[in-house]
Design a binder for this molecule. Structure first.
Ligand code: 6GU
Length: 290
């Protein structure tokens, strides 16, 4: 069961990275299919205008309801200018079958989303949205049809999303507390986070089970050969061959990094009594040193 992603934007060429690397490979393996649509195809006036001045005044322009409404109708139904559009991979790879890729991978969706609701998911990237998280990426990797509505300027007429809720499940999402010029790059960010979690896209399933955020903690540092490089040594324990000690060191490095960089994550992380004890000792040491 492949994922279909449609993206509507006034800068379709901005979405070209979809054709490269992992996303391109997923397209080639037919795990993913992508349609990128130029919003102006749905503009009806002679100037192909897609925006107008805001009611109530103020700076900037608002993207027009009529244009977006027509575009989202067609994209949901695969009709009109949205019919039969497919990006092809920029770099054809040999599609090697992976016997291990699909084994033992659990499908996790949102429990509140019943199987009967077949409306596609409409994602609207906006700094005013709810924060996009790894849990969203995990849930959305089980979707069949995701549509991104990429706005520019000061946003899209809000009635577009009220109306779209009749044919889509609508989510306005933000990728962080900063402002981008438009939603295109955010759509790429979200798509990449989602697609890499589809079984068969990443080679090694452990490699995403151990990701930062998968267990609510940041991932610690990693090292490879040579043992010594520019006077810097690899931590001795990693060369010991003692798997239990290595696992303990990695856990502690992960706890330590999370405490230093993202202490907010520790409130909701799943910590053992041993983890809590380690963090206490580490914090005491740190406060003595200061
Ligand atoms: Cl999702 N879109 C835009 N336009 N700006 C953003 C964003 C999204 N997330 C943070 N800033």
């Amino acid at each position: 069961m492949a994922l279909r992603i449609d993206v509507v934007s006034i800068f379709p060429e901005y979405l070209d990275p979809f054709r490269h690397a992992l996303l391109g490979k997923a397209i080639e393996q037919q795990i993913l299919s992508v349609g990128v649509h130029d919003l102006r195809q749905w503009a009806s006036d002679n100037h192909k205008s897609v925006d107008d001045s805001p009611y109530g005044g103020g700076p900037g322009m608002v993207m027009k309801a009529e244009v977006w409404g027509a575009a989202l109708d067609d994209v949901a139904a695969h009709t009109g200018p949205a019919a039969d559009k497919h990006l092809v991979s920029a770099t054809p790879h040999l599609s090697r079958p992976r016997h291990d890729a699909l084994q033992g991978i659990e499908q996790v969706g949102y429990p509140e989303h019943s199987q009967a609701d077949e409306r596609p998911l409409l994602l609207v990237p906006t700094p005013a949205g709810t924060p996009f998280t790894q849990a969203d990426a995990q849930a959305w990797s089980n979707e069949q049809h995701i549509v991104f509505a990429c706005g520019r300027y000061e946003g899209i007429d809000q009635r577009v999303f009220e109306d779209a809720a009749r044919r889509y499940r609508v989510r306005e999402v933000s990728i962080g507390d900063y402002v981008l010029i438009g939603g295109e790059v955010a759509a790429l960010v979200i798509a990449e986070a989602v697609v890499r979690l589809i079984p068969g896209v990443l080679g090694n399933r452990q490699s995403h089970e151990e990701d930062s955020f998968s267990d609510g903690l940041l991932e610690g540092p990693s090292y490879s050969k040579p043992r010594q490089w520019r006077g810097l040594a690899v931590p001795e324990v990693l060369l010991s061959g003692n798997h239990q000690l290595v696992a303990q060191w990695r856990r502690q490095a992960s706890l330590q990094r999370t405490l230093e960089r993202r202490p907010d994550l520790l409130d909701s992380a799943d910590l053992s009594a041993e983890d809590v004890a380690f963090l206490q000792t580490y914090q005491q040491q740190r406060s003595k040193e200061q």
